[in-house]
Design a protein around this ligand. Structure first.
Ligand SMILES: [Zn+2]
Length: 220
């Protein structure tokens, strides 16, 4: 039997081909569907399912409109909103600014960030904003120099020896108000690379690692 996700995939493909002129499902319908799912759930206090942020539940307009990325770096106290993509192209000066924002704050070094990573970061933020959660992305870690990465490993912080952070292809992030489950589930649904779920207790919670490597998920 076809799942709702299959149906939505099909809908998106048809829309992309111009075979239907309006999106089959809008955010309102998605919310209603999510509410139904919740009503069927066994307990009253469960989190909304990650499917609430099913990335297929969007019209093509979402992907073609100008893209602004709002970023906070807790490590340096910086925050910025950068319009970096318009009319299908990355704006070079804005791209340079984002590469600087995503730099290794400790090692004081930057690198050319993979534009595909920026796309994932932007999509996460923009997608959540559609549900009324208009919050900046907190970037805990972007680029890491090999020395910084080594230091993290020595300190017992979870970091891979061949980390994609060292080539500008990974970021660790959180969005205030979203659980690791929901944010990670959203990023995973984009199918743009690896997703690590780092669950932590405490007021700030954990974080999500996203990279542009192979599609895979893990818990750390
Ligand atoms: Zn990471």
């Amino acid at each position: 039997m076809a799942s709702r996700r299959d149906f939505l995939h099909q809908g998106l493909r048809l829309t992309a081909l111009g075979l239907v002129s309006v999106p089959l499902v809008d955010a309102h319908a998605a919310r209603a569907a999510a509410g139904r799912d919740q009503a069927d759930a066994p307990g009253p206090d469960l989190e909304p399912p990650p499917d609430l942020f099913d990335s297929q539940v969007v019209d093509i307009d979402f992907w073609v409109k100008p893209r602004t990325l709002s970023v906070i770096r807790p490590a340096s106290g910086e925050r910025a909103s950068v319009l970096y993509w318009k009319d299908g192209e990355v704006i070079d000066s804005a791209y340079q600014e984002l590469c600087h924002l995503l730099r290794d704050v400790n090692g004081k070094a930057s690198i050319a960030i993979d534009p595909k990573l920026l796309e994932t970061l932007w999509a996460s933020q923009a997608f959540v904003a559609r549900y009324g959660l208009d919050r900046p992305l907190e970037i805990l870690s972007g680029y890491r120099t090999p020395a910084s990465n080594r230091r993290l490993i020595e300190q017992g912080v979870p970091a891979a020896r061949q980390s994609l952070h060292m080539s500008g292809k990974a970021a660790d992030m959180r969005i205030a108000g979203l659980t690791e489950e929901v944010l990670g589930g959203l990023v995973k649904s984009f199918r743009t690379g690896g997703v690590g779920f780092y669950y932590r207790s405490g007021p700030k919670g954990g974080w999500i690692h996203t990279d542009t490597g192979l599609n895979r998920t893990w818990k750390g």
